[in-house]
Write a protein that binds this ligand. Structure first.
Ligand code: UT7
Length: 333
């Protein structure tokens, strides 16, 4: 029997501590008005020191496992997506595996930043379709609040990011039912690495860690905001069009668009380019900020749990970010 894969459980977890734009006003030279007008963000969640991406991912995983109604020991593979792992190495997949107390199953880490969840979903989809694995835990989590540049130079980026984690369980579904992942499309353009990146720590530096690197601020994420904005607005619709064409659909067939929550103005411009009505666009950046790899699965989990996404709805995901990488996934829920 030929297989497709479907998401059978979702979960998300954000740290309880909320940081509003007004809180940021006290820490740096910014205003609530600037942040809301330029990004749509009102607040985001920050971890307390000592909490890593693997902790957020672990909590989200417990919820996804419960939602799928499976025993955690049925999970036979883990794929983790993050740009902010607890350690330089190893990745967080193995940390989530050990926190869950799972057997010696494989754990793969994906380094595709804002597109990380869709890349992970695509990889998991291939493993399920090939029959290699039957219950894959995909976990996406970020802790970004602990390394932001609050100076004038870094404030455009510092106000965007939030911390959070989300997880899904992917399982085989029968093709006759035709519910599940219908396509994934992955793209990259490495010419633009330096438009959105964190240069250090880099083994190219000897020594890798030095006060000079900190003084030069090479240890902070850096972004050429306008370049990223223009490319995001161009590439996310292209990824969605690729998905629609592959499935012989038009934008009118789509019930929900979940764009990576990078900036609400980007989400609205992507919607306009695609010609999809705004009420069909899932937007929660006002409450979470940009949680990078976790943003799409957080929005997915919220929308499933609050009943906005219903059985058989057509859902399209799209993301764009550092790399550059961009992607789409189309599914019948
Ligand atoms: O998830 C990964 C992908 N990331 C994205 O998709 C983000 C894409 N980029 C963006 O969303 C936008 O570029 C930002 C929201 C990050 C920045 O908006 P912008 O319109 O590109 O602002 P800018 O950096 O060009 O700055 C415009 C002005 C400057 O002042 P002057 O030179 O006009 O006087 C900045 O100094 O706004 C100032 N500014 C701020 N003012 C208050 C920049 N950041 C802030 C701030 N608070 N936080």
């Amino acid at each position: 029997m030929s297989l497709i894969s479907r998401i059978s459980g979702t979960g998300h977890f954000v740290p309880p501590h909320t940081v509003t734009n007004f809180d940021l006003e006290k820490e740096m030279d910014t205003t609530d008005e600037w942040i809301r007008k330029r990004t749509g963000i009102k607040e985001r969640h920050y971890v307390k020191p000592g909490t890593g991406s693997s902790d957020l991912g672990y909590q989200a995983s417990l919820k996804a496992i419960q939602d799928a109604g499976i025993n955690k020991n049925e999970i036979d593979f883990i794929i983790a997506a993050t740009l902010s792992p607890d350690h330089y190495f190893p990745g967080i997949g193995v940390l989530v595996q050990s926190k869950l107390g799972l057997e010696h199953i494989g754990a793969l880490d994906i380094r595709n930043q804002c597109s990380g969840f869709i890349y992970a979903l695509s990889a998991a989809d291939q493993f399920i379709k090939s029959g290699m694995y039957k219950k894959i835990l995909i976990v996406a989590a970020e802790v970004q609040s602990t390394n932001l540049d609050y100076s004038i130079e870094g404030r455009h980026l510092a106000v965007l990011f939030g911390d959070g984690g989300a997880a899904v369980i992917l399982e085989p579904a029968s093709k006759q039912e035709n519910r599940g992942i219908l396509s994934t499309h992955l793209f990259s353009d490495g010419r633009h690495v330096q438009k959105l990146w964190m240069d250090s720590p880099s083994p190219k530096d000897k020594p890798t860690f030095s006060y000079q690197i900190i003084d030069d601020k090479r240890c902070y994420p850096k972004m050429e905001g306008k370049h990223v904005f223009v490319n995001a607005v161009e590439k996310m619709p292209q990824a969605v069009w690729a998905a629609l064409e592959c499935n012989n659909m038009t934008i009118d067939d789509v019930d929900h668009l979940i764009p990576h929550q990078a900036n609400d103005r980007i989400s609205l411009m992507v919607a306009k380019k695609l010609g999809i009505p705004v009420p069909k666009v899932i937007r929660n950046i006002d409450r979470f900020g940009n949680t990078t790899a976790a943003s799409i699965p957080i929005a997915l989990d919220e929308s499933v749990r609050n009943g906005r996404i219903q059985k058989n709805d057509i859902v399209v995901l799209t993301a764009f970010g550092s790399g550059y990488t961009w992607a789409s996934a189309l599914m019948r829920w």
